[in-house]
Design a protein around this ligand. Structure first.
Ligand code: PEP
Ligand code: MG
Length: 583
C-alpha cells in the first residue's frame, strides 16, 4: 500500500483499478505487466508495429513522383528499421522476460540504439537519430492510440492515471466508467479541474510522479477532498474509504434537502441570485434541479471541442436554442469563445506559443480572426429571440479592446437586419474582469459596458503571476492575497455604486469560505459550477449581510493571506457546521 498526496480538485471518493495513459511527448515511466498479460501485450506491440509499417508504406506510395526517389529512400529505410531484429526480437523479449509494458520496452530499446549514435556527433548519424526518433514516436503513438481507444470503449470502472489531461480529453471521459482520475501535473483552478467538478468525477492533480508509481490494474483510491491517493490499499483502508465515499453521497443529499428548503435571500431578506457556470448545454437540467436562477457563464469554447475546429452558425444556433429551451425563460450569459492557453489551442489550429497564457488567447484571438467571433455572435443574437441573453467578452485588458469587440457585435446586428434574419438587437454586452489592468480601471468601462463578471481564476493568476495549471506554484495561488481582495472589492464597489450589474464567476464564488466575504463586499450575483449550488444557497440563507460586511471589512484590513483565510474558515464553519455537513 502506498499513500500519495496531491491537489484535491473534485470531491468524492473513487476506488477502482488503474488505467494508465502514457503520453507520446513525455518520458515513459518504467512500468510492469502481470504474467497473465504478457500474451495480450505482445499482441498489442505487434499490432502497433504492423500499423506503423502500413502507415509508412502508404506515405511512401503517395509521394509525388518528382521527389519519389529521394524521399522514398528515407521511408524504405524506416521500413527496414521496423523489421530489424532489434525491434522485432528485442522489444518482445523485454516484454516477455522483464515484463515491461510495450511502451516502456520501446523507449528502452530506442534509447539503447540512439545513445551511441548521438555520441558520435557526426552529421550523418545525427540525421539517422532523427529517423529513429520518428519511428519510436510512431510506435508509441500507435500503442497509446490503443489506450485512447480503450478509454473510449471501457467496459469496467477505472481510475484514469495520466501525466496530464487536456480539457478536451477530460470532456470526453465517460462518467459511467471513469470512477476518478489522477494526474502528475495541474492546479486547483485549471480547466481540467473545473471539468472534473462539472462531470462529478473525483479527482486529484499535481501528484508529481503518479504515472510512474502506478501500474495498469493496480487498485487506486482517489479522495478528491483531502487530495490523498492510495495505491493497492489493504482491506481496512479500502473499507474506510468506501464508508467515506458513502458519507460524501449522504452529505450531498443533506445539502440538497437544506438548499431546497432555504430562502432565496440572505438571513436578513436581501435577494441573492445564484447562476450556474456551464461548459455544455446538457448541464442546464442538473443546474436547475440544484437551484440555479439561470446561466451566468456559458464557456462556449467547449462547443468548438464538441464540433471540431469551426462549428457553423447553424451548429452554434442549435446549441444556444437548446440552452434557451432548457432554461425556460431564465437568463443566459454567453461568453464569447475563450480559446487559447490550455483550451483547444490545437483543435483550432493555433500556433504553439512560448507563453500561451500571455499570448493570443480569448478576445485577442477573436479580434485577430473576427470571422470566428462573427459566426458565433450571429447565432447568439438569432437564438436570443427565445429568452433573455447577455453577451460577455473574455480577457478584456483595455477599453480599446472592449470597443473593438463591441463594434464587431454592432456590425453583426446591422448585417442581420440587412439580411432580414430574425434576431434581438438589444442584447446587453458585458465583459469578464480577469486581467488586473481592467480591474484597476473598471470605472473607465462604466459608460460603455453593460455588465461585469469577475473571473477570479485568471485574475488571481495574472495578479500574483502564478500559473493556475502548475502544481509547483499551487501553494502561491491564494484567493485571499490582499492584492487580489483589493482588486475584487474595487470592482464590486465601483460597479454597485454606479448601478452596473456585477457578478463573480470564478471558482472563488462557489467556495463557502470566500462566498461570505464576497457577499460582504456587496456582491449579490454569484455564478458557480452547478455542484456548488446547494452549499452556496444554504450558506447564504444563513448569514446576514451586516455580518458578512463586518467580516469583509476585517479581511480587507489584514495583511496576511493565510490569516485572512483562517478567519473566513471560522465563519464558514459557524454557518455550515461540520457536525451537520461534514463527512
Ligand atoms: C475565470 O478566469 O475565473 C473564469 C471564470 O474563466 P475561465 O475559468 O474559463 O478562464
Ligand atoms: Mg478566465
Amino acid at each position: 500500500m502506498e499513500i500519495k498526496s496531491g491537489i484535491p480538485v473534485s470531491p468524492g471518493v473513487a476506488i477502482a483499478p488503474a488505467l494508465v495513459l502514457d503520453s507520446e511527448s513525455f518520458r515513459i515511466p518504467r512500468r510492469f505487466i502481470r504474467k497473465d498479460e504478457v500474451d495480450t501485450e505482445l499482441k498489442r506491440f505487434e499490432l502497433a508495429r504492423t500499423k506503423a509499417i502500413e502507415e509508412i508504406s502508404e506515405i511512401r506510395n503517395s509521394i509525388h513522383s518528382i521527389v519519389k526517389e529521394e524521399v522514398g529512400l528515407i521511408f524504405n529505410a524506416h521500413l527496414q528499421m521496423l523489421n530489424d531484429p532489434l525491434i522485432t526480437r528485442e522489444i518482445p523479449e523485454k516484454i516477455k522476460a522483464k515484463r515491461y509494458t510495450p511502451e516502456y520496452a520501446v523507449s528502452r530499446v530506442f534509447k539503447k540504439i540512439i545513445k551511441p549514435m548521438k555520441e558520435i556527433n557526426d552529421a550523418y548519424f545525427l540525421q539517422r537519430v532523427n529517423d529513429f526518433y520518428d519511428i519510436q514516436k510512431r510506435l508509441l503513438r500507435n500503442l497509446l492510440g490503443q489506450r485512447a481507444h480503450d478509454l473510449a470503449a471501457l467496459d469496467r470502472k477505472v481510475v484514469v492515471v495520466a501525466h496530464d489531461l487536456t480539457p478536451s480529453q477530460t470532456a470526453t471521459l465517460n462518467k459511467a466508467m471513469v470512477a476518478g482520475f489522477v494526474t502528475d501535473v495541474g492546479g486547483a483552478t485549471s480547466h481540467t479541474a473545473i471539468l472534473a467538478n462539472a462531470l462529478g468525477i473525483p479527482a486529484v492533480v499535481g501528484l508529481g510522479t503518479i504515472t510512474s508509481d502506478v501500474s495498469g490494474g493496480d487498485v487506486v483510491i482517489v479522495d478528491g477532498k483531502s487530495g490523498r491517493v492510495i495505491v493497492n490499499p489493504d482491506d481496512a483502508t479500502r473499507a474506510k474509504y468506501e464508508a467515506r465515499g458513502q458519507g460524501f453521497i449522504d452529505r450531498e443529499k443533506r445539502l440538497a434537502d437544506a438548499a431546497a428548503k432555504a430562502s432565496r435571500t440572505t438571513a436578513d431578506d436581501v435577494a441573492v441570485r445564484l447562476y450556474a457556470n456551464i461548459e455544455w448545454d446538457n448541464e442546464i437540467e442538473t443546474a436547475l434541479k440544484l437551484g440555479a436562477d439561470g446561466v451566468g457563464l456559458f464557456r462556449t469554447e467547449f462547443i468548438y471541442g464538441q464540433y471540431g475546429a469551426h462549428p457553423t452558425e447553424e451548429q452554434h444556433l442549435e446549441v444556444y436554442r437548446r440552452a434557451h429551451a432548457a432554461l425556460e425563460g431564465r437568463p443566459l450569459t454567453l461568453r464569447t469563445m475563450d480559446f487559447g492557453a490550455d483550451k483547444f489551442a490545437a483543435e483550432v489550429g493555433l500556433d504553439r506559443e512560448e507563453n500561451p497564457f500571455l499570448g493570443c488567447r480569448s478576445i485577442r484571438l477573436s479580434l485577430r480572426e473576427p470571422s470566428l467571433l462573427i459566426t458565433q455572435v450571429r447565432a447568439a443574437l438569432r437564438a436570443a429571440t427565445m429568452g433573455p441573453t447577455r453577451l460577455m467578452l473574455p480577457m478584456v485588458g483595455s477599453v480599446e479592446e472592449f470597443r473593438a469587440g463591441r463594434a464587431i457585435i454592432q456590425n453583426t446586428i446591422a448585417d442581420l437586419k440587412r439580411e432580414g434574419l430574425e434576431h434581438r438587437a438589444d442584447v446587453p454586452v458585458g465583459m469578464m474582469v480577469e486581467v488586473p489592468s481592467a480591474a484597476l480601471i473598471v470605472d473607465h468601462f462604466l459608460n460603455e459596458c453593460d455588465f461585469f463578471s469577475i473571473g477570479t481564476n485568471d485574475l488571481v493568476q495574472y495578479t500574483l503571476a502564478v500559473d493556475r495549471n502548475n502544481q509547483y506554484v499551487a501553494g502561491l495561488f491564494k484567493h485571499t492575497n490582499p492584492a487580489v481582495l483589493k482588486l475584487i472589492h474595487h470592482v464590486i464597489k465601483t460597479c454597485t455604486d454606479a448601478g452596473k450589474p456585477v457578478s463573480v464567476c470564478g471558482e472563488m464564488a462557489g467556495e463557502a469560505r470566500y462566498a461570505v466575504l464576497l457577499l460582504g463586499m456587496g456582491l449579490r450575483d454569484f455564478s458557480v459550477g452547478p455542484t456548488a449550488l446547494p452549499e452556496l444557497r444554504t450558506l447564504l440563507s444563513r448569514v446576514k449581510t451586516s455580518e458578512a460586511a463586518a467580516l469583509a471589512t476585517k479581511a480587507l484590513s489584514m495583511t496576511s493571506a493565510d490569516e485572512i483565510a483562517a478567519i473566513l474558515d471560522i465563519e464558514a464553519e459557524r454557518l455550515l457546521p461540520s457536525e451537520e455537513f461534514g463527512y
